[in-house]
Design a protein around this ligand. Structure first.
Ligand code: ZN
Length: 298
C-alpha cells in the first residue's frame, strides 16, 4: 500500500476514533470572568476534542518519515478503508460546508465584518439614514473589534472544528456558546474604545429589527455565515441588551496580554506536535506493527 495513502487512512481511522471520547465531555462553565477571558476559554473548548487528532497526525507523520514506500504487504487495505468510511463522511461534509461558507453570499445586514485574510467592515447607507451618530459610531467600534481579532477567519475555523466533531450535539453547543460570548467580548472592547453601551444597544436593536423585518436570509441566526455581524445570536439578544444598558463592570476590563503572553500557547502547541512527531519517528513502528498485522489477519 502506498505510504501516503496508508498515512491518510490511518489518520482518518485512528484520528476519527480518538476524537470521539473528548467530544462527549460536558461543556465547562465559562464562569463570571470578563467576556474577553471567557471568549478565549470558550475558543479553547472548541478545539480540545480535536487535540488527539492533531497529536496523532504528528505522531503518524513521524512514523511515516521512517517507513518504506510502499509499505510492506502486511496491510489489509480493504479493512482499513472500510473502517474509515464514517470518518470520510464527516471529513467530506466538513470540507463541503467550509467551501460553501466561503462562496455563499454574506448575510444581508447593514453592517458586518467580512474577509478571512484582510477583514473589513461593510457598511450600508441604512445605518446613516436610520440611526443617529452615536449608535453608528458604537456599531463601527464593535465591528472594528471584530477586525482586530480577525473574527471572520476564527468563525470559519471554529465551524470547521465543530463540523469535524459531527454529529455530536455537544460540539454545536460549544460553538453556539462561543459565538454568544464573542459578541459580548466585542461589545466590551467597543465600549472600552469609547462607544456608549446605550448607543450600542440602540444599534443592535435597530439592526435586529431590520433583520427580522427583511427577507428570511436576514435572520439573526448565524447559520453557516462566517461574516461577523453586530447582532450575533438572536437567543442571547435580550440578555445582551440588558448588559449593554448597565455600566461597564470592572471585571470587563481584560488583563493586558503581552505579545509574549499571546505567543506562549502557540509555542506550547508547536512543541507538543514536534514531540509527538519525534515519538512517532522513534517508536511508531513497534506500536503500529501489531495493529497493521491484525488488519492483515482479518
Ligand atoms: Zn459582532
Amino acid at each position: 500500500m502506498e505510504r501516503e495513502t496508508l498515512l491518510a487512512t490511518l489518520l482518518l481511522v485512528l484520528g476519527g476514533a480518538a476524537v470521539q471520547p473528548l467530544v462527549l465531555l460536558p461543556r465547562r462553565a465559562l464562569g463570571d470572568r470578563s467576556p474577553q477571558v471567557a471568549e478565549r476559554r470558550a475558543w479553547r473548548q472548541l478545539w480540545v476534542p480535536l487535540l488527539p487528532l492533531f497529536l496523532l497526525g504528528a505522531w503518524l507523520a513521524g512514523w511515516a518519515l521512517r517507513e518504506p514506500d510502499p509499505v510492506p504487504d502486511r496491510v489489509a487495505p480493504g479493512v482499513l478503508l472500510a473502517a474509515s468510511v464514517p470518518f470520510v463522511v464527516v471529513a467530506i461534509r466538513a470540507a463541503v460546508r467550509a467551501v460553501w461558507a466561503l462562496v455563499r453570499a454574506p448575510r444581508d445586514l447593514p453592517i458586518y465584518t467580512a474577509g478571512l485574510v484582510r477583514p473589513r467592515v461593510v457598511f450600508s447607507p441604512f445605518l446613516a439614514r436610520s440611526l443617529e451618530e452615536g449608535p453608528v459610531r458604537a456599531a463601527w467600534e464593535h465591528e472594528q473589534a471584530h477586525v482586530r481579532h480577525r473574527d471572520p477567519l476564527r468563525i470559519w475555523l471554529a465551524q470547521i472544528a465543530t463540523d469535524l466533531q459531527w454529529p455530536w450535539p455537544g460540539a454545536h453547543r460549544r460553538f453556539a456558546a462561543w459565538l454568544e460570548i464573542l459578541e459580548c467580548a466585542r461589545d466590551d472592547e467597543a465600549r472600552g474604545c469609547g462607544a456608549s453601551g446605550l448607543d450600542l444597544a440602540a444599534a443592535v436593536l435597530a439592526i435586529a429589527r431590520a433583520a427580522s423585518a427583511g427577507s428570511p436570509r436576514r435572520g439573526v441566526a448565524q447559520g453557516m455565515a462566517i461574516d461577523a455581524g453586530l447582532i450575533g445570536s438572536g437567543r442571547a439578544l435580550q440578555e445582551r441588551i440588558a448588559r449593554l444598558s448597565s455600566p461597564l463592570p470592572e471585571i470587563a476590563v481584560p488583563p493586558v496580554r503581552t505579545r509574549l503572553g499571546s505567543a506562549v500557547p502557540w509555542a506550547v502547541a508547536v512543541a507538543m506536535l514536534l514531540c509527538a512527531g519525534a515519538v512517532g519517528a522513534a517508536w511508531g513502528e513497534p506500536v503500529l506493527r501489531p495493529i497493521l498485522a491484525w488488519t492483515g489477519s482479518l
